[in-house]
Design a protein around this ligand. Structure first.
Ligand SMILES: O=C(O)c1ccccc1N[C@@H]1O[C@H](COP(=O)(O)O)[C@@H](O)[C@H]1O
Length: 219
């Protein structure tokens, strides 16, 4: 995962086109009914076809059962599955093997000890996504809350561990996040919206530009 930008939660052809035209490396489609970014299967199929060949397509699932995995994979034909719930290492391995697709598992980080949760997934996942922990409110989404965590918590992470950084990133803070964490991949949803689920083409372009400049400054 080198110098990659993922724009997540795209749900219209127009905003997807904005992300693709601005050079997003990965585009994410949320399959989680409680999310304002949720896409139905028909829309997901249409959007992933639009993105094919221009960016990697990611389908985001939360604690999916086999049927939810199967229907998402069948309709969206994604390049990568993002798991953003409480999937155990064993469940992740099952999903990866049944779908025959690479998996990126999200981990919520609030304190240094949360990084210990990564170890049991070694060899069972293809990519690590580090996000803020969701609010304790039972109605809160498991992600996509526009909340960041203290990036300095990653100082102790083995530099050989490659990860995608997410959680509260915006066009204004992504450069600082990349500089502090030395992350080689970033993911954003809320920070490029003008309202819940409403992606803003200008913010998408500004985010990608800021991330690219910050990646270039790392070398
Ligand atoms: O975006 C959503 O609606 C969503 C729903 C359920 C789980 C994860 C979700 N989004 C992911 O959350 C992180 C952080 O997003 P944000 O930039 O802080 O809004 C990101 O990986 C999204 O892909």
């Amino acid at each position: 995962m080198d110098n990659l930008v993922k724009i997540c939660g795209l749900s219209t052809p127009e905003t997807l086109d904005a992300a693709l035209s601005a050079g997003a490396d990965l585009v994410g489609f949320v399959r989680f009914a409680k999310s304002p970014r949720h896409v139905g299967l028909d829309l997901g199929r249409q959007l992933s076809a639009q993105a094919r060949g221009r960016a990697q397509c990611v389908v985001l699932l939360v604690d999916p059962d086999d049927e939810a995995v199967f229907e998402a994979v069948e309709a969206l034909n994604p390049d990568l599955i993002q798991l953003h719930g409480h999937e155990s290492p064993q469940r992740v391995a099952e999903i990866r093997s049944r779908a025959q697709l690479p998996v990126m598992k999200a981990f919520g980080i609030a304190e240094h000890s949360d990084l210990a949760a990564l170890a049991p997934y070694a060899g069972k996942i293809d990519h690590i996504l580090l996000d803020a922990k969701p609010p304790r409110d039972p109605g809160a989404l498991p992600g996509g809350n526009g909340l960041s965590f203290d990036w300095r918590l990653l100082n102790g992470l083995d530099p050989k561990v490659s990860f995608m950084l997410s959680g509260g990133l915006t066009p204004d803070n992504v450069a600082e996040a990349i500089r502090l964490t030395r992350s080689k991949a970033v993911d954003v949803s809320t920070g490029v919206e003008s309202g819940p689920g409403l992606k803003d083409p200008g913010k998408i372009e500004a985010f990608i530009r800021a991330a690219r400049t910050a990646f270039a400054a790392q070398h």
